[in-house]
Design a protein around this ligand. Sequence first.
Ligand code: PMP
Length: 459
Amino acid sequence: MTYQNYSLKQLQQIDAAHHLHPFTDHKELRAAGSRVITHARGPYIYDSEGFELLDGMAGLWCVNVGYGREELAEAAYEQMKELPYYNSFFKCSTPTPVLLAKKLAEIAPPSVNQVFFGSSGSEANDTALRLVRHYWALEGKPEKNRIISRRNAYHGSTVAGTSLGGMEAMHKQLGGAVPNIVHVMMPYAYELALPGESDHEFGLRAARAVEEAILEAGADKVAAFIGEPIMGAGGVKIPPMSYWPEVERICRKYDVLLMLDEVITGYGRTGEWFAAQTFEVTPDTMTTAKALTSGYQPLSALLVGDRIAATLTEKGGEFAHGYTYSGHPVACAVALKNLEIIEREGLVERVKTDTGPYFAQALRERVAGHGLVGETRSVGLMGAIEIVKDKATRERFEGDGRAAVVVRDHAIENGVMMRATGDTMILSPPLIWTRETIDLACERIVRALDLAEADLRRA
Ligand code: PMP
């Protein structure tokens, strides 16, 4: 590899001179210099100095089968030799997206059988937004075009993704959102439940916020509701079990489509292929990406329910939308192999029956009692640790998320890559983590919490 001719210092200098990073304060980054990750194996990533880190985030919630899978490299190599690229425009197809679409229909909920490909989660959400509005237009109701989302949702970084999302800081920089998208409360009991309100009641109340938004606009003006089954980037906010069935009931009552954003939760993360199955809801669209290829290739798949598909195929008319790389043959070849690995190794089942419950228990028994921790929660291999100044009152440290950054920095120094979002620490490891990997991660996390607590209480 050519980078090996460069020292870390040189790479950092070139990075600073030429490379603009996503979601980054470039003044801050250039002062610090970036950590350069050069290689990875199984559950570990390594930086240019040879420092080994357990990857508690599976890259960015995507490397579900772990690193160093030669089969995936071979699948890409073989496909590149055979047919590196052809498009699915002008009445053409290539074999791998066709076979991948069939496979996805097999593992998706029974009423979801069609697939539209893109290269990223953001693109897939653009497609989803365009598609549901197109659907209602075909149904003769073009004015039924409002979308209801949630505050603090993350649906991507394109203009449509940012507009659908509920991140204030992103909206501020948008300078003009896609019209007719509104945001309601999130189902986040830890901060939003009323004193004495049970989780169950809180979940129903959070769902009623969707109904109120429908009634406010008038049901004949509302196209769809969109939500991440578990809010990911917003802090692994797991809704009470009462939330999704009630949201679905409300959507059906008012004939509003239900759009799930499963970009993080798809492909085994929650212990089912999709979180729709975990929460027992039937979506009209499901946005997926990331772990579809375990991040080895950029690929997204918008899974489309039978109701929308029937209108598209029966009424006809062009859906004027698509990408050069929709159904990229190499990315789809890698996805097929990735799903084969997940199946062959029984990773989804293992998360459901073994590592998921073990992870929850480890967080509860070894982490939740720590003086800095207000709550731990998880579903499958997706978890969160709330950082608080005072466990009893749930008071946070001053500085809006600064405390979690202190924890994160200690976690990294102690060999586990975690993410800090607001006052929440997030874990979303590769599904190949075993009980032993979970033990090791917990040890390192507790050490990081001890060190962070000393720093924070001193300050
Ligand atoms: N939706 C969700 C729920 C996500 O978490 C993300 C990315 N973290 C996206 C959409 C956007 O995906 P991408 O970054 O691939 O565009």
